[in-house]
Write a protein that binds this ligand. Structure first.
Ligand SMILES: Nc1nc2c(c(=O)[nH]1)N[C@H]1C(S)=C(S)[C@@H](COP(=O)(O)O)O[C@H]1N2
Ligand SMILES: [Mo]
Length: 163
């Protein structure tokens, strides 16, 4: 009897996990660490839940890495810097695969990139270059469609050091 209850419980929780939409998974997991010249002495760790509480900004654009035009949702990097009290000239961005790009912070005001956490309304899995992807509004300005800005379009962002 107890065994049967246990089996039912296991089956129910297993199928529940399988049917969980990707968009409701792991929102409390730390996805971003920001260190360096920010108002906090210690590095700041942020989850998707916490990033989602900051003002959201949308960019609708094609990119070299997606089919067709995609609606990205995320936080403006300029707003994120203000939120963290960042003072510096460069953001040293490191990805999960250790790819690294040093982005001038002046970009954040001049070109309005976002730290995107959703594409077409869905959280991005690591397989889909998520969970965080720096996206510039490529379709708004032909100058953004160049190697310089592509190299700053870091996907699978894991951390940022403000210098
Ligand atoms: N995480 C991660 N982001 C990255 C890269 C990378 O290797 N890893 N390459 C960058 C560079 S230098 C460019 S030009 C483009 C390369 O995209 P592609 O490999 O699809 O051409 O993505 C950028 N973002
Ligand atoms: Mo590149």
């Amino acid at each position: 009897m107890v065994l049967r209850k246990l089996a039912v419980l296991l089956l129910v929780s297993f199928s529940f996990n399988l049917t969980l939409p990707a968009s409701s998974q792991d929102l409390e997991k730390i996805v971003l660490t920001v260190s360096g010249n920010i108002s906090s002495d210690a590095p700041v760790n942020l989850s998707l839940h916490e990033l989602g509480k900051l003002p959201t900004k949308e960019i609708v654009t094609a990119t070299p890495w997606h089919d067709g035009v995609v609606t990205f949702e995320g936080v403006s990097l300029d707003a994120l810097m203000t939120h963290l009290g960042a003072e510096g000239t460069r953001a040293d961005v490191v990805a999960l695969n250790d790819y690294r790009s040093v982005i001038p912070i002046s970009d954040f005001k001049a070109s309005s990139p976002i730290l995107a956490y959703k594409a077409n309304g869905r959280y991005m899995s690591i397989r889909d270059k998520g969970p965080l992807f720096i996206i510039y509004p490529f379709d708004d300005d032909p100058e953004l469609k160049t190697e310089i800005f592509y190299s700053r379009s870091v996907w699978q962002v894991r951390s940022m050091a403000i210098e």
